[in-house]
Ligand binder design. Structure first.
Ligand code: SAH
Ligand code: SF4
Length: 385
Protein backbone atom coordinates (compact mmCIF):
# COMPACT_ATOMS: atom_id res chain seq x y z
CA UNK A 1 0.00 0.00 0.00
CA UNK A 2 1.32 3.46 -0.82
CA UNK A 3 1.50 6.30 1.74
CA UNK A 4 -1.27 8.89 2.03
CA UNK A 5 0.65 12.19 2.09
CA UNK A 6 -2.14 13.93 4.05
CA UNK A 7 -0.74 12.11 7.08
CA UNK A 8 2.59 13.99 7.16
CA UNK A 9 3.61 17.32 8.62
CA UNK A 10 6.40 19.06 6.71
CA UNK A 11 9.15 17.29 8.64
CA UNK A 12 7.47 13.96 7.99
CA UNK A 13 7.08 14.73 4.30
CA UNK A 14 10.74 15.79 4.15
CA UNK A 15 11.80 12.46 5.64
CA UNK A 16 9.57 10.70 3.12
CA UNK A 17 11.11 12.65 0.23
CA UNK A 18 14.61 11.97 1.54
CA UNK A 19 13.89 8.27 1.32
CA UNK A 20 13.14 8.87 -2.34
CA UNK A 21 16.49 10.69 -2.61
CA UNK A 22 14.95 14.18 -2.79
CA UNK A 23 15.91 17.44 -1.04
CA UNK A 24 13.87 19.32 1.55
CA UNK A 25 12.72 22.07 -0.80
CA UNK A 26 11.04 19.42 -2.95
CA UNK A 27 9.03 18.35 0.06
CA UNK A 28 8.04 21.97 0.62
CA UNK A 29 6.84 22.29 -2.97
CA UNK A 30 4.88 19.06 -2.68
CA UNK A 31 3.37 20.14 0.65
CA UNK A 32 2.19 23.40 -0.90
CA UNK A 33 0.61 21.62 -3.84
CA UNK A 34 -1.29 19.34 -1.54
CA UNK A 35 -2.47 21.77 1.12
CA UNK A 36 -2.55 25.15 -0.59
CA UNK A 37 -3.79 24.03 -3.99
CA UNK A 38 -5.66 20.87 -3.01
CA UNK A 39 -3.88 18.83 -5.68
CA UNK A 40 -4.24 15.06 -5.64
CA UNK A 41 -2.64 14.18 -8.94
CA UNK A 42 1.17 14.28 -9.03
CA UNK A 43 1.06 14.97 -12.77
CA UNK A 44 -0.54 18.35 -11.99
CA UNK A 45 2.52 19.36 -9.99
CA UNK A 46 4.31 20.77 -12.96
CA UNK A 47 7.23 22.36 -11.15
CA UNK A 48 8.34 18.96 -9.80
CA UNK A 49 10.75 17.02 -12.01
CA UNK A 50 9.13 14.30 -14.05
CA UNK A 51 11.35 11.71 -12.35
CA UNK A 52 10.05 12.78 -8.93
CA UNK A 53 6.45 12.73 -10.10
CA UNK A 54 6.99 9.18 -11.30
CA UNK A 55 8.60 8.14 -8.02
CA UNK A 56 5.68 9.68 -6.12
CA UNK A 57 3.11 7.95 -8.27
CA UNK A 58 4.70 4.63 -7.37
CA UNK A 59 5.00 5.21 -3.65
CA UNK A 60 2.35 7.69 -2.49
CA UNK A 61 -1.13 9.07 -2.95
CA UNK A 62 -3.26 11.97 -1.69
CA UNK A 63 -6.57 10.60 -0.50
CA UNK A 64 -9.24 12.81 1.04
CA UNK A 65 -12.01 11.55 3.29
CA UNK A 66 -15.01 9.62 1.99
CA UNK A 67 -18.10 11.80 2.22
CA UNK A 68 -21.10 9.96 3.63
CA UNK A 69 -23.35 13.02 3.61
CA UNK A 70 -23.45 16.81 3.65
CA UNK A 71 -26.08 18.96 5.32
CA UNK A 72 -26.43 22.69 4.98
CA UNK A 73 -28.23 24.72 7.60
CA UNK A 74 -30.38 27.76 6.95
CA UNK A 75 -27.74 29.80 8.82
CA UNK A 76 -24.96 28.70 6.44
CA UNK A 77 -23.46 26.06 8.73
CA UNK A 78 -22.34 22.96 6.82
CA UNK A 79 -21.98 19.55 8.40
CA UNK A 80 -20.19 16.67 6.75
CA UNK A 81 -20.34 13.06 7.83
CA UNK A 82 -17.24 11.18 6.73
CA UNK A 83 -17.07 7.42 6.49
CA UNK A 84 -13.77 6.32 8.02
CA UNK A 85 -14.33 2.62 7.45
CA UNK A 86 -15.67 -0.37 9.37
CA UNK A 87 -18.99 1.39 9.95
CA UNK A 88 -17.28 4.32 11.72
CA UNK A 89 -18.44 7.84 10.94
CA UNK A 90 -17.05 11.19 12.05
CA UNK A 91 -18.32 14.74 11.68
CA UNK A 92 -16.84 18.02 10.62
CA UNK A 93 -18.74 21.31 10.83
CA UNK A 94 -18.06 24.61 9.06
CA UNK A 95 -19.44 27.70 10.78
CA UNK A 96 -19.36 30.88 8.69
CA UNK A 97 -19.41 34.24 10.45
CA UNK A 98 -19.01 37.78 9.18
CA UNK A 99 -15.34 38.06 10.09
CA UNK A 100 -14.19 34.44 10.05
CA UNK A 101 -14.84 30.88 8.98
CA UNK A 102 -14.43 28.26 11.68
CA UNK A 103 -14.01 24.55 11.10
CA UNK A 104 -14.88 22.20 13.94
CA UNK A 105 -12.83 19.02 13.58
CA UNK A 106 -13.08 15.53 15.12
CA UNK A 107 -10.10 13.81 16.72
CA UNK A 108 -11.53 10.36 17.52
CA UNK A 109 -14.41 8.09 16.54
CA UNK A 110 -16.52 8.33 19.68
CA UNK A 111 -14.91 9.28 22.97
CA UNK A 112 -13.82 7.35 26.03
CA UNK A 113 -14.39 10.18 28.52
CA UNK A 114 -18.14 9.61 28.57
CA UNK A 115 -19.48 13.00 29.67
CA UNK A 116 -23.16 12.72 30.56
CA UNK A 117 -24.34 15.64 28.47
CA UNK A 118 -22.48 14.66 25.28
CA UNK A 119 -23.88 12.38 22.60
CA UNK A 120 -20.37 11.41 21.48
CA UNK A 121 -19.67 10.34 25.04
CA UNK A 122 -22.81 8.22 25.01
CA UNK A 123 -21.62 6.41 21.89
CA UNK A 124 -18.49 5.14 23.58
CA UNK A 125 -15.05 4.92 22.03
CA UNK A 126 -14.30 3.23 18.75
CA UNK A 127 -10.82 4.40 17.74
CA UNK A 128 -8.35 7.24 17.40
CA UNK A 129 -8.20 9.08 14.10
CA UNK A 130 -4.85 9.13 12.33
CA UNK A 131 -3.02 12.38 11.58
CA UNK A 132 -4.14 11.96 7.97
CA UNK A 133 -7.78 11.60 8.97
CA UNK A 134 -7.59 14.70 11.17
CA UNK A 135 -5.84 16.79 8.49
CA UNK A 136 -8.07 15.50 5.72
CA UNK A 137 -11.12 17.12 7.35
CA UNK A 138 -9.48 20.54 6.94
CA UNK A 139 -7.99 19.72 3.54
CA UNK A 140 -11.35 18.59 2.21
CA UNK A 141 -13.45 21.40 3.72
CA UNK A 142 -11.06 24.17 2.66
CA UNK A 143 -10.89 23.04 -0.96
CA UNK A 144 -14.58 22.18 -1.14
CA UNK A 145 -15.51 25.62 0.14
CA UNK A 146 -13.13 27.39 -2.23
CA UNK A 147 -14.87 25.65 -5.10
CA UNK A 148 -18.42 26.09 -3.88
CA UNK A 149 -18.65 29.44 -2.15
CA UNK A 150 -19.47 32.30 -4.39
CA UNK A 151 -16.13 34.09 -4.26
CA UNK A 152 -14.10 36.19 -6.57
CA UNK A 153 -10.76 34.68 -5.69
CA UNK A 154 -10.68 30.93 -5.44
CA UNK A 155 -7.14 30.93 -4.04
CA UNK A 156 -8.22 32.94 -1.02
CA UNK A 157 -8.39 31.02 2.25
CA UNK A 158 -11.92 30.31 3.51
CA UNK A 159 -11.21 28.66 6.85
CA UNK A 160 -9.57 31.13 9.21
CA UNK A 161 -10.01 29.24 12.49
CA UNK A 162 -9.94 25.62 13.55
CA UNK A 163 -11.42 24.28 16.77
CA UNK A 164 -10.80 20.71 17.92
CA UNK A 165 -14.34 20.52 19.27
CA UNK A 166 -15.85 17.79 17.15
CA UNK A 167 -16.05 14.18 18.22
CA UNK A 168 -13.43 12.94 20.62
CA UNK A 169 -10.97 14.08 23.25
CA UNK A 170 -7.99 15.44 21.29
CA UNK A 171 -5.56 15.09 24.18
CA UNK A 172 -6.32 11.37 24.37
CA UNK A 173 -5.01 11.12 20.82
CA UNK A 174 -1.93 13.20 21.35
CA UNK A 175 0.58 11.53 19.04
CA UNK A 176 -1.72 11.86 16.02
CA UNK A 177 -2.96 15.31 17.01
CA UNK A 178 0.34 17.19 17.20
CA UNK A 179 1.55 16.59 13.60
CA UNK A 180 -1.97 17.53 12.43
CA UNK A 181 -1.75 20.82 14.34
CA UNK A 182 1.66 21.44 12.74
CA UNK A 183 0.14 21.10 9.27
CA UNK A 184 -2.52 23.66 10.23
CA UNK A 185 0.10 26.11 11.52
CA UNK A 186 2.74 25.63 8.83
CA UNK A 187 3.11 28.60 6.49
CA UNK A 188 3.47 26.14 3.64
CA UNK A 189 0.29 24.38 4.82
CA UNK A 190 -2.72 26.36 6.06
CA UNK A 191 -0.70 29.13 7.74
CA UNK A 192 -3.11 29.54 10.66
CA UNK A 193 -1.72 31.43 13.63
CA UNK A 194 -1.53 29.60 16.96
CA UNK A 195 -4.29 31.78 18.34
CA UNK A 196 -6.66 30.67 15.60
CA UNK A 197 -6.25 26.98 16.32
CA UNK A 198 -7.97 25.87 19.51
CA UNK A 199 -7.67 22.54 21.27
CA UNK A 200 -10.61 21.85 23.55
CA UNK A 201 -10.06 19.37 26.35
CA UNK A 202 -12.03 17.85 29.16
CA UNK A 203 -8.82 18.12 31.20
CA UNK A 204 -6.12 15.56 30.39
CA UNK A 205 -3.63 17.29 32.67
CA UNK A 206 -0.29 15.65 31.67
CA UNK A 207 -1.03 16.21 27.99
CA UNK A 208 -1.84 19.88 28.60
CA UNK A 209 1.73 20.26 29.87
CA UNK A 210 3.09 18.43 26.85
CA UNK A 211 1.05 20.54 24.46
CA UNK A 212 2.48 23.68 26.06
CA UNK A 213 5.94 22.41 25.13
CA UNK A 214 5.29 20.80 21.77
CA UNK A 215 2.70 22.99 20.09
CA UNK A 216 1.12 25.68 22.26
CA UNK A 217 -2.07 26.58 20.44
CA UNK A 218 -5.07 28.27 22.07
CA UNK A 219 -6.65 26.18 24.80
CA UNK A 220 -10.28 25.71 25.78
CA UNK A 221 -11.06 23.68 28.87
CA UNK A 222 -14.43 22.06 29.44
CA UNK A 223 -15.10 22.81 33.09
CA UNK A 224 -18.90 22.47 33.52
CA UNK A 225 -18.92 22.46 37.33
CA UNK A 226 -17.49 24.52 40.19
CA UNK A 227 -16.71 21.61 42.48
CA UNK A 228 -15.40 18.05 42.24
CA UNK A 229 -18.45 16.06 43.33
CA UNK A 230 -20.58 17.56 40.57
CA UNK A 231 -17.79 17.48 37.98
CA UNK A 232 -17.03 13.83 38.82
CA UNK A 233 -20.59 13.11 37.85
CA UNK A 234 -20.67 15.14 34.63
CA UNK A 235 -17.11 14.62 33.36
CA UNK A 236 -15.85 11.27 34.69
CA UNK A 237 -12.23 12.19 33.88
CA UNK A 238 -12.44 14.55 36.84
CA UNK A 239 -11.94 11.59 39.15
CA UNK A 240 -8.47 11.20 37.67
CA UNK A 241 -7.61 14.90 37.30
CA UNK A 242 -9.68 16.89 39.77
CA UNK A 243 -10.45 20.59 39.44
CA UNK A 244 -7.48 21.84 41.48
CA UNK A 245 -5.01 19.91 39.33
CA UNK A 246 -6.78 21.03 36.20
CA UNK A 247 -6.71 24.72 37.12
CA UNK A 248 -3.06 24.50 38.14
CA UNK A 249 -2.32 22.98 34.72
CA UNK A 250 -4.25 25.83 33.08
CA UNK A 251 -2.16 28.35 34.99
CA UNK A 252 1.04 26.63 33.80
CA UNK A 253 -0.27 26.47 30.24
CA UNK A 254 -0.84 30.16 30.17
CA UNK A 255 2.88 30.90 30.15
CA UNK A 256 3.10 29.25 26.71
CA UNK A 257 -0.35 30.07 25.37
CA UNK A 258 -0.72 32.30 22.31
CA UNK A 259 -3.61 34.18 23.87
CA UNK A 260 -3.41 35.82 27.24
CA UNK A 261 -6.36 33.85 28.58
CA UNK A 262 -7.69 30.31 28.74
CA UNK A 263 -11.30 29.77 27.68
CA UNK A 264 -13.48 27.74 30.01
CA UNK A 265 -16.51 26.07 28.51
CA UNK A 266 -19.50 25.50 30.72
CA UNK A 267 -22.48 23.59 29.38
CA UNK A 268 -25.66 24.94 31.01
CA UNK A 269 -27.81 22.08 32.29
CA UNK A 270 -31.16 22.94 33.77
CA UNK A 271 -31.19 22.44 37.52
CA UNK A 272 -27.84 20.63 37.49
CA UNK A 273 -25.03 23.19 37.28
CA UNK A 274 -26.83 26.43 36.42
CA UNK A 275 -28.01 27.74 39.80
CA UNK A 276 -26.84 31.09 41.25
CA UNK A 277 -25.07 29.11 43.95
CA UNK A 278 -23.00 27.34 41.29
CA UNK A 279 -22.04 30.67 39.74
CA UNK A 280 -20.97 32.03 43.13
CA UNK A 281 -18.89 28.93 43.81
CA UNK A 282 -17.32 29.31 40.41
CA UNK A 283 -16.38 32.91 41.15
CA UNK A 284 -14.69 32.04 44.40
CA UNK A 285 -12.93 29.05 42.82
CA UNK A 286 -11.59 31.17 39.97
CA UNK A 287 -10.53 33.97 42.25
CA UNK A 288 -8.13 31.61 44.02
CA UNK A 289 -6.43 30.92 40.70
CA UNK A 290 -6.49 34.52 39.51
CA UNK A 291 -4.29 35.15 42.52
CA UNK A 292 -1.86 32.56 41.04
CA UNK A 293 -1.81 34.35 37.69
CA UNK A 294 -4.57 32.60 35.76
CA UNK A 295 -6.64 34.72 33.43
CA UNK A 296 -9.63 33.36 31.64
CA UNK A 297 -12.84 33.85 29.77
CA UNK A 298 -16.03 31.84 30.25
CA UNK A 299 -18.10 30.55 27.40
CA UNK A 300 -21.53 29.37 28.53
CA UNK A 301 -22.94 26.78 26.14
CA UNK A 302 -26.69 26.21 26.26
CA UNK A 303 -27.03 22.42 26.41
CA UNK A 304 -28.04 20.83 23.12
CA UNK A 305 -30.40 18.07 24.12
CA UNK A 306 -30.37 14.63 22.59
CA UNK A 307 -32.94 11.96 23.33
CA UNK A 308 -31.22 9.62 25.75
CA UNK A 309 -29.46 12.25 27.87
CA UNK A 310 -32.27 12.76 30.34
CA UNK A 311 -31.02 16.36 30.74
CA UNK A 312 -32.59 19.68 29.81
CA UNK A 313 -31.27 22.98 28.49
CA UNK A 314 -31.27 25.84 30.98
CA UNK A 315 -33.71 28.68 30.31
CA UNK A 316 -32.09 31.69 28.72
CA UNK A 317 -33.06 33.72 31.80
CA UNK A 318 -31.10 31.26 33.94
CA UNK A 319 -28.13 31.51 31.61
CA UNK A 320 -28.33 35.31 31.77
CA UNK A 321 -28.43 35.39 35.59
CA UNK A 322 -25.51 32.97 35.74
CA UNK A 323 -23.52 35.10 33.30
CA UNK A 324 -24.30 38.23 35.31
CA UNK A 325 -22.87 36.77 38.51
CA UNK A 326 -19.63 35.95 36.70
CA UNK A 327 -19.47 39.32 34.96
CA UNK A 328 -20.17 41.23 38.15
CA UNK A 329 -17.10 39.53 39.55
CA UNK A 330 -15.08 40.81 36.59
CA UNK A 331 -14.97 37.53 34.63
CA UNK A 332 -15.39 37.99 30.89
CA UNK A 333 -18.34 35.78 29.94
CA UNK A 334 -19.98 35.03 26.62
CA UNK A 335 -22.92 32.85 25.77
CA UNK A 336 -22.34 30.62 22.77
CA UNK A 337 -24.75 31.06 19.94
CA UNK A 338 -26.17 27.78 18.80
CA UNK A 339 -25.48 27.27 15.13
CA UNK A 340 -26.68 24.61 12.75
CA UNK A 341 -29.47 23.52 15.10
CA UNK A 342 -31.67 22.42 12.22
CA UNK A 343 -29.04 19.93 10.97
CA UNK A 344 -27.93 18.59 14.38
CA UNK A 345 -24.54 20.24 13.97
CA UNK A 346 -24.50 21.92 17.36
CA UNK A 347 -21.98 20.99 20.05
CA UNK A 348 -22.42 17.55 21.46
CA UNK A 349 -24.89 16.45 18.81
CA UNK A 350 -22.32 15.25 16.40
CA UNK A 351 -22.92 11.94 14.66
CA UNK A 352 -25.92 11.65 16.90
CA UNK A 353 -27.60 9.08 14.74
CA UNK A 354 -24.60 6.82 14.43
CA UNK A 355 -25.13 3.41 15.83
CA UNK A 356 -24.01 2.73 19.39
CA UNK A 357 -21.10 0.36 18.91
CA UNK A 358 -20.26 -0.32 22.49
CA UNK A 359 -23.46 -0.69 24.44
CA UNK A 360 -22.60 2.44 26.42
CA UNK A 361 -26.08 3.84 25.80
CA UNK A 362 -27.66 0.86 27.40
CA UNK A 363 -25.32 0.96 30.39
CA UNK A 364 -25.87 4.69 30.85
CA UNK A 365 -29.62 4.36 30.53
CA UNK A 366 -29.53 1.73 33.23
CA UNK A 367 -27.52 3.98 35.52
CA UNK A 368 -29.46 7.10 34.79
CA UNK A 369 -32.39 6.55 37.09
CA UNK A 370 -30.12 6.57 40.09
CA UNK A 371 -27.90 9.39 38.85
CA UNK A 372 -30.73 11.74 38.05
CA UNK A 373 -32.13 11.22 41.49
CA UNK A 374 -28.75 12.31 42.84
CA UNK A 375 -28.65 15.37 40.66
CA UNK A 376 -32.10 16.58 41.63
CA UNK A 377 -30.85 16.60 45.20
CA UNK A 378 -28.16 19.05 44.12
CA UNK A 379 -30.84 21.53 43.18
CA UNK A 380 -32.88 21.08 46.27
CA UNK A 381 -30.08 21.07 48.77
CA UNK A 382 -27.70 23.48 47.07
CA UNK A 383 -24.34 21.96 46.34
CA UNK A 384 -24.22 18.92 48.59
CA UNK A 385 -24.12 15.95 46.28
N1 SAH B 1 -13.55 16.46 24.11
C1 SAH B 1 -13.29 17.84 24.06
C2 SAH B 1 -13.68 18.48 22.76
C3 SAH B 1 -14.95 18.05 22.11
S1 SAH B 1 -16.45 18.53 22.89
C4 SAH B 1 -13.96 18.55 25.22
O1 SAH B 1 -14.77 17.94 25.90
O2 SAH B 1 -13.62 19.69 25.47
C5 SAH B 1 -16.54 20.26 22.56
C6 SAH B 1 -17.40 21.04 23.53
O3 SAH B 1 -18.79 20.71 23.37
C7 SAH B 1 -17.06 20.75 24.97
O4 SAH B 1 -16.96 21.93 25.73
C8 SAH B 1 -18.23 19.94 25.41
O5 SAH B 1 -18.38 20.01 26.78
C9 SAH B 1 -19.36 20.57 24.64
N2 SAH B 1 -20.56 19.72 24.58
C10 SAH B 1 -20.61 18.38 24.54
N3 SAH B 1 -21.88 17.95 24.49
C11 SAH B 1 -22.67 19.06 24.50
C12 SAH B 1 -24.07 19.27 24.43
N4 SAH B 1 -24.93 18.26 24.34
N5 SAH B 1 -24.52 20.54 24.46
C13 SAH B 1 -23.66 21.56 24.52
N6 SAH B 1 -22.32 21.43 24.57
C14 SAH B 1 -21.81 20.19 24.56
FE1 SF4 C 1 -15.64 13.33 25.05
FE2 SF4 C 1 -15.65 16.02 25.01
FE3 SF4 C 1 -17.93 14.60 24.66
FE4 SF4 C 1 -16.76 14.67 27.06
S1 SF4 C 1 -17.65 16.42 25.95
S2 SF4 C 1 -17.56 12.84 26.05
S3 SF4 C 1 -14.60 14.69 26.49
S4 SF4 C 1 -16.18 14.63 23.30
Amino acid sequence: MTANLLGYDLDGLTAFCEQLGEKRFRATQLFRWIHQKGATDFEQMTDLAKSLREKLAGSAHVQGPKVASRHESADGTIKWLFDVGAGDVIETVFIPEADRGTLCISSQVGCAVGCRFCSTGHQGFSRNLTTGEIVSQLWFAEHFLRQHLDRQNRQERVISNVVMMGMGEPLQNYSQLVPALRVMLDDHGYGLSRRRVTVSTSGVVPMMDRLAEDCPVALAVSLHAPQDALRDNLVPLNKKYPIAELLEACTRYQAAAPRDFITFEYCMLDGVNDQPEHARQLVSLMQTYFAHGLSCKFNLIPFNPFPVSGLRRSDMSQVASFAKILMDAGIVTTVRKTRGDDIDAACGQLAGDVQDRTGVDRRMAAQRQGMLGGIKVVVVKGMDV
